[in-house]
Write a protein that binds this ligand. Structure first.
Ligand SMILES: [Zn+2]
Length: 79
């Protein structure tokens, strides 16, 4: 339950997991890697169907190792 001093910017979910839907996809703003709940994250042994909000607290971007607070919420309509 840490609150980093970083305030984020427009598009960032600011660590507020209440805005996340179970199917929400989020994109790493540093390396653009996308977390898709339908896929999970094999690198962290996250099972497919796991919402971003349910990722373990020690989870990091599997591509650049940044914290989940650095992820941006993607609009649902993007396909
Ligand atoms: Zn990343």
């Amino acid at each position: 339950m840490s609150h980093p001093p970083f305030e984020g910017f427009e598009g960032s979910y600011l660590g507020n997991r209440n805005v996340l839907q179970p199917g929400s996809r989020l994109e790493c703003k540093i390396c653009w890697w996308v977390y898709d709940p339908a896929q999970g994250d094999p690198q962290w042994q996250i099972a497919p169907g796991t919402p971003f909000a349910d990722l373990p607290p020690h989870w990091r971007c599997p591509n650049c190792d940044c914290e989940p607070d650095q992820f941006l919420l993607l609009p649902d309509e993007a396909t």
